[in-house]
Write a protein that binds this ligand. Sequence first.
Ligand SMILES: *[C@@H]1O[C@H](CO)[C@@H](O)[C@H](O)[C@H]1NC(C)=O
Ligand SMILES: *[C@@H]1O[C@H](CO)[C@@H](O)[C@H](O)[C@H]1NC(C)=O
Ligand SMILES: *[C@@H]1O[C@H](CO)[C@@H](O)[C@H](O)[C@H]1NC(C)=O
Length: 204
Amino acid sequence: MSGIIFAKHINITFLFVLAQVLLLLLIVLSGSGSAGRQDKNGISYIMRITKLQCIEAPYKRTHLNYCKMIQFPNGTVALNTSLTVPMLVNYAEIVAKLYYKYKTYRPFMVDWSIDYCQAARKGNLNPTAAIMMKIAENSMPDYYYPCPHGNRTYATYWTFEPSYIPTTLPSGDYRLDIYFRDSSRITMYALQMFTSIRKQGLIG
Ligand SMILES: *[C@@H]1O[C@H](CO)[C@@H](O)[C@H](O)[C@H]1NC(C)=O
Ligand SMILES: *[C@@H]1O[C@H](CO)[C@@H](O)[C@H](O)[C@H]1NC(C)=O
Ligand SMILES: *[C@@H]1O[C@H](CO)[C@@H](O)[C@H](O)[C@H]1NC(C)=O
């Protein structure tokens, strides 16, 4: 009996943490944080993007024109990037993997992938796919359309402001890897984002 209760407890904790991770991803990738939030003890957590970079370039089938992180004195960071995809794309796998730094970065909670083209075609999505599509819509509104994709240049300028977030996630350093792959699993574009969550201490 207590075994079942225990399992249930773990499950709910797991779901709760997962919900937090989703929130984190949504905040990070939609570039909008809720300002000034704190928990009932007056502790708030601040999330900052510390580094943003394109990884594994040069790519085999696509051309990375540029990928630059810009840091402003007020803590805002931006990524200015442009990618040319010469071929038509009817399958695009998007993979998101989150890592948490203990001594090294270790996989943490999120290891998701979707076929963007199928998800864009299909109406009813599983919760993970729905979240990923929501993130895609928020972070790339100009490029959020059904497949075929490609045969064009994708230029984006993302900005991220430090955000106050309500969280039960551990403070520390996170890394998010995002891959876009074609049907032969060749990387078309990949992005790495380093994030820190820190306690701000007592406020008010
Ligand atoms: C920080 O500076 C950038 C660039 O000047 C600006 O676009 C952004 O709105 C500023 N953010 C805040 C919160 O003031
Ligand atoms: C992004 O970089 C390109 C190429 O260096 C540049 O022409 C463009 O003005 C930059 N965009 C912004 C918003 O800084
Ligand atoms: C690729 O884009 C060009 C210019 O936008 C267009 O004329 C052409 O029809 C496109 N090719 C395919 C195969 O869609």
